[in-house]
Write a protein that binds this ligand. Sequence first.
Ligand code: BTN
Length: 259
Amino acid sequence: MISRKNEPVWAGQIHRLDTVGSTNTVARELARQGAPHGTVVLAQQQTGGRGRLGRSFSSPRGLGIYCSVVLRYEVPPQALFLLTPVMAEAARRAVVQATGLEPQVKWINDLVLEGRKLCGILTELGMTGDRLDHVVVGIGINCNQQADDFPPQLRSVAISLAQALGHPVDRSQVEEALLTQVRAAAEEFLLAPRNWMEPYRAHCITIGKDVQLIRGEEVRLAHVDDMDEQGALLVTLADGTRETVFSGEVSVRGLYGYL
Ligand code: BTN
């Protein structure tokens, strides 16, 4: 374990690694070996960065932040439903704090700038039988990528902080802001999730949009009316029926693209 002197947050529990498959996988292994609440894994590069619904997350060397945090809460797994949006709000605040940019949120786990994806969050539960043992929250932020650093299929849908600002960012500043906000969110989310969910909702561009709800092969058109206190979307389907959509296996896409 390598830890910097005068580490600002979660001192002594930050693992700084060079190349990993996925920081979430490393964090899960550490958690299984008993790593405490607040253990952080950061990598320079991921060769198998993972996203929701079996997608990959492009993680070129030295250009993004690839971060996973082990959290331990003595609650039933369903009490963690708000963790992903709360962490999205933590990442959003970190970007505002470190760069002055104002990302929006695409439900449920993406931050967007200029209509393109800046950041993704992958939350994975570690269960012992039906009891929650730990949860790993993985956060990836595109920092200094230029178009050529993204795979061709992502170039029109992904963006980095440097692209939005027009100059490179100091990744260590973004990282420090991220860890500070993630720690605050981890401490507060069971007691005061509203402090995070209200701004999340205010910045959520999915509300009020016509979208496709994609579950496996099934695609349904819907209008997003609102988001409830559980972070679920309240939608009206094309035939007029209303439904509550939890994140689970559903992907939400705009009618004409990523948003
Ligand atoms: C998504 O886009 O659906 C979520 C992307 C999450 C990416 C981060 S990068 C750090 C951590 N390690 C991973 O393999 N994934 C998450």
